[in-house]
Design a protein. Sequence first.
Length: 238
Amino acid sequence: MYTHTGATSKAMMDANPQLFEVYHSGYAEQVRMWPRNPLDDIIKYLSTQSSSLKIIDLGCGEARLAKEVPQRTVKSFDLVAVNETVTACDISKLPLEDEYADVAVFCLSLMGTNYSDFLIEARRALKWKGLLLIAEVASRFSGHNPSNFVAGVESLGFRLLPGHTLSQFSGKPEKHMGRNKKRKRGAQASNGIDASEKGSSAFFYLFAFRKAEKEISNEEPSGSSHLPNLAACLYKRR
Ligand code: SAH
């Protein structure tokens, strides 16, 4: 999925839904070994926000967000619907009206080579000043430095919120390990992600943007030229 457009991935999943199961069983295995799952932070944060917010979870996987942020309207989207709460679609084309949502979440789901289309589509589906939350693995950014990425997202009509991020998850992954001894075995050396920590101690980044007032001019290109390519997140069998 990191090496194809969303549309190609959708066609592949439609032709062979087992691919999704294979990916997700591997993904779930990896997540268990991570020092921390950014989805937990997103769930915690959204649970403290107004219950009137309409939230869209883009690339929802197992749709845990909808399950664990109850009393909120959460619509979940992924290539394959794991249950009836999920709408199967390519998130570069959401079956949603313009300015539907207050919050759009991409938790580790900016996977397509055309991920700028996912962001442009999220912007369409977000209300003015709507919140865009993005969690990504630090190793996907060149030199673990997300500044080009942030500038690219801003060029699509978003503004990074003051304070930069909800959380940078900075600090060695081990710092977060104490909370769950069982996870200790999965510390940095065997976390299963190709995140070598070079140049930064951040493991994940969680960005919070707002949809900016400024409309993007129709003459502007799709925006892909402003956004850096993100490295694939490689899962290693150990
Ligand atoms: N957000 C979930 C799942 C992360 S795995 C969580 O944090 O647990 C990334 C998910 O993004 C996968 O389920 C994958 O199928 C989905 N995804 C990637 N590209 C997509 C696309 N073009 N359209 C819809 N979903 C996509």
